[in-house]
Design a protein around this ligand. Structure first.
Ligand code: NDP
Length: 294
C-alpha cells in the first residue's frame, strides 16, 4: 500500500486559521495587535517571494506587517541601527531578517542584535540555548512545522527512533531538542556520518534536511516509517524547466514508507504558518499574557 501523503497545505491552512482566531481574541480582550517586521537586504528573487508571502499571510491572520527593504550594499551599521529601532518599537513583536544576507554583512552579528524576545526565527543564541536547556524559547519555524506534521500521523512521538539528517542551526540542531522534548530517541547524521543508509533503516521517523536532491532512497527506509522531507532543491525537469524536489527520492519512498511529506506541499507550507505562531507567542509574552493555545 502506498504511504499516506501528509498534506502540509491543509495542515498549514488549519494552523493559520487557529492563529487568526487567537489574534482576534487578543485584539478583543487585550487590545493587542501582534506585529511582525521583516527585513530584506538586497534583491534575491527567491527571498523577495518569501518576504511577500510572509507579509500577505501575516495580514491575513489579522496581524500588522512591517516590511523593510534595504539595498544590497547597505552597510552593517545601518542594518544594526534598523534592528535597534525595531527592538524599541512597541508595535513590533517579531523581527525576521531574511537570510541569506548579501556578502559583506555578518549574519551572526545581525542575529545577535535582535532582541531575543522578538526573535521569531529562533536563531538568537539565547533562544537556541534556552531550547537546548529544555526551557521555553522561540524556536525556529521549520523544525516546529516538522513536529506538527509528524504528530498528525503519530499522536505521540514518545519512544520512537528518530533519525535527522543535517545538523544546521536552522533545522537539524533545533529538531534534536524538539524531538527530545517529545521523548523520542534521537540520532543526528551529517556529511561525516558512516553507514547512513543503515542508520536510516532503523528509524521509525526520518527527517531529511540536507540540501541534496533525492538523496534518501527507498531501500534506506524501514517499511511503515514516517518520512519528513525538509529539502527544497531545484533541478532541471523533463520539460527543460526547473522543478522542485526534496532530499528524499519521493516516488521510491512512497512505496515503502507509512507516511511521507511531498515537496512542494509539505514542510515548506508549515514554515510561514509557524512564523505566525511565533509572532503571536512573542506578542503575548511581551504583553505579559499567558501563552496562546496554538
Ligand atoms: P545546510 O546546508 O545548512 O545544512 C545541511 C546539512 O546536511 C549539514 O549538516 C550537512 O552536514 C548535511 N549534509 C550535506 N550533505 C550530506 C550528505 N551527503 N550526507 C549526510 N549529510 C549531509 O542546510 P539547511 O539545514 O539550511 O537546509 C537543508 C535543506 O532544507 C535545504 O534543501 C533547504 O533548502 C531546505 N530548507 C527548507 C525549508 C522549508 O521551509 N521547507 C527551510 C529551511 C531549509 P555537515 O554539517 O557535515 O556539513
Amino acid at each position: 500500500m502506498p504511504a499516506k501523503i501528509i498534506d502540509g497545505k491543509v495542515i498549514a491552512a488549519d494552523l493559520r486559521a487557529r492563529v487568526a482566531d487567537e489574534v482576534g481574541r487578543v485584539k478583543r480582550d487585550h487590545g493587542l495587535t501582534p506585529g511582525l517586521a521583516v527585513v530584506l537586504v538586497g534583491n534575491d528573487p527567491a527571498s523577495e517571494v518569501y518576504v511577500r508571502n510572509k507579509a500577505k499571510q501575516t495580514e491575513a491572520a489579522g496581524m500588522a506587517s512591517f516590511e523593510h527593504k534595504l539595498p544590497a550594499d547597505t552597510p552593517q551599521k545601518d542594518l544594526l541601527a534598523l534592528i535597534a529601532k525595531l527592538n524599541a518599537d512597541p508595535a513590533v513583536h517579531g523581527i525576521l531578517v531574511q537570510l541569506p544576507l548579501p556578502k559583506g554583512l555578518d549574519t551572526q552579528t545581525v542575529i545577535n542584535a535582535i532582541d531575543p524576545a522578538k526573535d521569531v526565527d529562533g536563531l538568537h543564541p539565547i533562544n537556541a540555548g534556552r531550547l537546548a536547556n529544555g526551557l521555553p524559547a522561540l524556536t525556529p519555524c521549520t523544525p516546529l512545522g516538522c513536529i506538527i506534521l509528524a504528530k498528525t500521523v503519530h499522536a505521540s512521538l514518545q519512544g520512537m527512533n528518530a533519525v535527522i539528517i543535517g545538523r544546521s542551526n536552522l533545522v537539524g540542531r533545533p529538531l534534536v531538542q524538539l524531538l527530545l522534548n517529545e521523548n523520542a530517541t534521537v540520532t543526528i547524521a551529517h556529511s561525516r556520518t558512516r553507514d547512513l543508509a543503515d542508520i536510516c533503516k532503523r528509524a521509525d521517523l526520518v527527517l531529511a534536511a540536507v540540501g541534496q536532491p533525492e538523496m534518501v532512497k527507498g531501500n534506506w527506509i524501514k517499511p511503515g516509517a514516517t518520512v519528513i522531507d525538509v529539502g527544497i532543491n531545484r533541478i532541471p525537469g523533463a520539460d527543460g524547466k526547473n522543478k522542485l524536489v526534496g532530499d528524499v527520492a519521493y516516488q521510491e519512498v512512497l512505496g515503502v514508507a507509512g507516511a511521507i511529506t511531498p515537496v512542494p506541499g509539505g514542510v515548506g507550507q508549515m514554515t510561514v504558518a509557524c512564523l505566525l505562531v511565533n509572532t503571536l507567542r512573542a506578542a503575548s509574552a511581551i504583553k505579559g499574557l499567558k501563552p496562546p493555545s496554538v
